[in-house]
Design a protein around this ligand. Structure first.
Ligand SMILES: [Zn+2]
Length: 183
């Protein structure tokens, strides 16, 4: 099977110098995976270890992160809370989050919120029927309105407030916005 000139040498080389699987090598040489395995054994070739690829399916931290990301409005869960809930370090969380985002296993915005205060403000915003300015005051954020706008512009999904503004308040809020825009 391996008598074609040079074929055997090439396979030895591939086995020694690459980390391609037996399966891939089988495809390359037009033989079965098993044939490559046997060849490798017969020639006593020691293969270099493949660097273990990160597998989200079996990574405990990734699974935990995915679980958190499925909560409602998870884009607004701050990194502090995520770190706390996973019990891992921040660096570790960032590393796995990056991988999950690339693979599309979590929302691209998940794990990017840095401010605890803003997280608190949003938690109130999503559950309580209160004016935005009141929420801002409660948590000590003067510009909560502006931050909501900025998040919307960045593509975060911020639903309308539960609080319904009456006519007078609405015009006051709009005026406030215009004033800010002109600045
Ligand atoms: Zn992971």
């Amino acid at each position: 099977m391996w008598n074609t000139s040079g074929k055997e040498d090439n396979l030895v080389k591939d086995l020694k110098e690459t980390t391609l699987t037996f399966e891939k090598l089988g495809e390359r040489y037009g033989v079965s995976r098993q044939a490559i395995h046997d060849f490798c054994k017969r020639h006593g070739i020691k293969r270099s270890k493949r660097p273990r690829e990160h597998q989200a399916e079996v990574c405990r931290l990734c699974q935990k992160l995915i679980q958190i990301s499925k909560k409602p409005h998870s884009e607004f869960i701050s990194i502090h809370t995520i770190v706390k809930e996973t019990g891992e370090s921040r660096g570790e969380c960032h590393y796995h989050l990056r991988r999950l985002r690339i693979k599309g296993l979590v929302n691209k915005k998940f794990g990017r919120l840095l401010s605890k205060r803003l997280e608190k403000a949003y938690a109130i915003y999503f559950t309580k029927r209160l004016p935005v300015s009141t929420i801002g005051r409660k948590v000590g954020l003067k510009n909560f309105h502006e931050l909501i706008q900025r998040h919307r512009e960045k593509g975060y999904h911020v639903p309308s407030p539960l609080y319904v503004y009456d006519g007078r308040e609405r015009s006051r809020v709009q005026k406030e916005f215009h004033r800010r825009e002109r600045r």
